[in-house]
Design a protein around this ligand. Structure first.
Ligand SMILES: [Zn+2]
Ligand SMILES: [Zn+2]
Length: 150
């Protein structure tokens, strides 16, 4: 979304960002700011989303809470993954936010948002792993793996 179309929030309450799964049984809310908002082209994210890349928001865990249906949230740990995990709704299978293994942060799939996040993606990561059929259409910087590595 272009910056000039981003609505400026007026208060803390107004910046509350909400999201849900496909069937709506699981709902969550969070309070910006975020650690990052980025597109990830890694193969795990592509599998998790069934799409060319994942739109991922990372937020501190104390800024995030499930408000409905937390009992339906299933977690899958990829064998051998240091950081990556995934959560999904047991009823509709949609991707859902998941807590990092240390419990300090939450990775939120931006496609599950129901309201404006008051921020936009900053970059592409794992660009070197992108799908061969993906046509690059944004102007964001691309990092072959992670920023700071080549
Ligand atoms: Zn669901
Ligand atoms: Zn990824």
């Amino acid at each position: 979304m272009p910056d000039n179309e981003t609505r400026q929030p007026e208060s803390e309450a107004e910046t509350l960002v909400r999201g849900s799964c496909l069937c709506g049984a699981v709902r969550y809310q969070m309070q910006p700011p975020y650690r990052f908002f980025q597109y990830c082209h890694c193969s795990r994210c592509r599998k998790r989303c069934g799409s060319a890349f994942a739109a991922n928001i990372l937020i501190d865990a104390d800024r995030f809470s499930y408000t409905e249906g937390q009992n339906l949230v299933n977690r899958y740990e990829v064998p051998g993954a240091r950081h990556f995990s995934t959560c999904f709704c047991g009823q509709c299978g949609a991707s859902l936010p998941w807590h990092t293994k240390d419990g300090l942060r939450v990775l939120v799939p931006a496609g599950t948002l129901d309201s404006d996040p008051f921020a936009g993606p900053e970059r592409n990561i794992y660009w070197g792993s992108r799908a061969s059929w993906y046509e690059h259409t944004d102007q964001l910087p691309c990092f072959d793996t992670l920023p700071g590595r080549s």
